[in-house]
Structures are given as C-alpha cells and as structure tokens.
Design a protein around this ligand. Structure first.
Ligand code: PEP
Length: 250
C-alpha cells in the first residue's frame, strides 16, 4: 500500500512573516491528517526558518530545485549538500516553470534527479505536457520522454528512491484541473511504462497529481487507483486549503 504524499510548492512566494504564520496554521491542523505524508517545498533562502519551525513536527520540507553539480563555480546555484545541511528530505526537479523559463532539458533534469538521489534526498520528478502537446495527441510520448531520461541515466531502479509528479502544464496555476479520468489515464500510463521494466518499482512508485488541485477536487483525484497524492502550488499558500487537501487523502 503506497502512503499518499501531499507536497506544497510555494514557488517564489511568501515572506519570513507570512511563512511563519502559514506553518503555524498547518501544524495546528495536522491532527486531522491521518494517512498522508506532508511536506512543503520552500524558497531556498527560507529553508533554515522552515527547518526551525518544522523540526519534530512530522511535516517534511524540501527545495524547489537543485544543482546537478556537487560544488564549485556555479554562481547562484544551490547544491544537494546544502539542502541536506538544512534538513531537507525532498527536492522538486524538472518543474515545468524551470523547464520553460530556465531552459532545463530532460537530460539536465535527469542529472538533477541523480544528484538528489545520490545525496539521499527524495527527488520529486515533474513531468507533463503543454496544452499544445495535449491537443496534438502527444501527451504520452512527452511524458515517456521525460521519464525515460531518468531511467536511461540511472536505470529504472532509481525510481524506487523518488516520486513522480504528473503536472499537465495547462492545469498549473490556471484553475483548469485535469478531470480525475484524464489524470488517471496518464498516471496509469506512467505506472505501466515503469512496470514494463520493473513491476516492483512500479507498484511502489508514488505518482502525484499537480495542477490546480484544491480541497474540493482533491478527494476525487486521490481516489483514483494510480494517484498517490498531490503537488500543490497556489492552494499550499493557505493553511486551510492545504490541510483540506492533506485530509482528502485520509
Ligand atoms: C505547481 O506549480 O506544482 C502546481 C501544481 O501549481 P498549482 O497548484 O497552483 O496549479
């Protein structure tokens, strides 16, 4: 039985004051979260503050991106060891905003996944098609290509150490959620593709849905057999909304 995971992606939002209030709110409501593992992925500069507030709370935390390199002349980058220094358990790799605005390729994302894994972090690998790609009917080949980059670099066993997040780009921050059926179709495809290479890894792999997940649609989505939780953007910035999604996985 896979334990659901609900991870917040705060993106470039918040202040020292607002994240403190947000975390207080989430911690206060955690008693109602029965089944899901819960984590927040914060802007890197706030990770020390997040660590201070979440240590011992049962809520995990992580980065939103990481360098594929270990250290050196990479101005502005954050290394996996630095995330580890501040107690991170998770890191998002290959978010569509990184792919679109920072030119991250499948190969680079796979290297980031490998670096995170080597450091003992749990990489959350984002995959998903744009609206154009969906309309062209190439959703599965896009998702397969993004997934295969990791499998080619590291072998299918690498997926046992990570989490996949299916995030249709057209659903992110738009208020347009994939229907539970649309999401399940792609989640099922991902699990099947992994199962063709290793049935055990496929069975244990957590595949999260991301894209305008809210308390009122989370339950239907998470009820689908291959949807194991959510990666939450906008709704993770409000404690009641985020907790509503976490409890939808109960
Ligand atoms: C995301 O950015 O990972 C995301 C799912 O955003 P939103 O929930 O706001 O669509």
């Amino acid at each position: 039985m896979r334990q659901p995971l609900v991870a917040g992606n705060w993106k470039m939002n918040g202040s020292l004051e607002s994240i403190s209030l947000l975390l207080q709110g989430i911690k206060a409501g955690m008693g109602d979260v029965k089944r899901a593992a819960v984590a927040v992925c914060a802007p890197a500069i706030y990770l020390p503050a997040v660590q201070q507030q979440l240590q011992g709370s049962g809520i995990g935390w992580g980065g939103q991106d990481v360098s594929a390199e270990a250290s050196g002349a990479y101005t502005g980058e954050i290394a996996t060891s630095m995330l580890k220094d501040f107690g991170c358990q998770y890191v998002i790799v290959g978010h569509s905003e990184r792919r679109a605005y920072h030119g991250e390729t499948d190969e680079l994302v796979a290297r980031k996944y490998a670096a995170a894994r080597a450091a003992g972090l749990i990489p959350i690998l984002c995959v998903g098609e744009t609206l154009d790609e969906r309309e062209q009917g190439v959703t599965e080949s896009v998702v397969a290509r993004q997934l295969d980059a990791v499998i080619q670099l590291e072998g299918v066993g690498a997926l046992a150490d990570g989490v996949v997040a299916y995030e249709p780009v057209w659903a992110i921050g738009t208020g347009k959620t994939a229907t539970p059926e649309q999401a399940q179709e792609v989640h099922g495809f991902i699990r099947q593709r992994v199962a063709e290479q290793d049935a055990t890894v496929a069975e244990g792999l957590r595949i999260l849905y991301g894209g305008s997940m809210k308390p009122d649609n989370a339950q239907e989505l998470i009820a689908k057999p291959d949807i194991d939780g959510g990666l939450i953007g906008g709704a993770s910035l409000n404690a009641a909304d985020f907790l509503g999604i976490c409890t939808a996985a109960n």
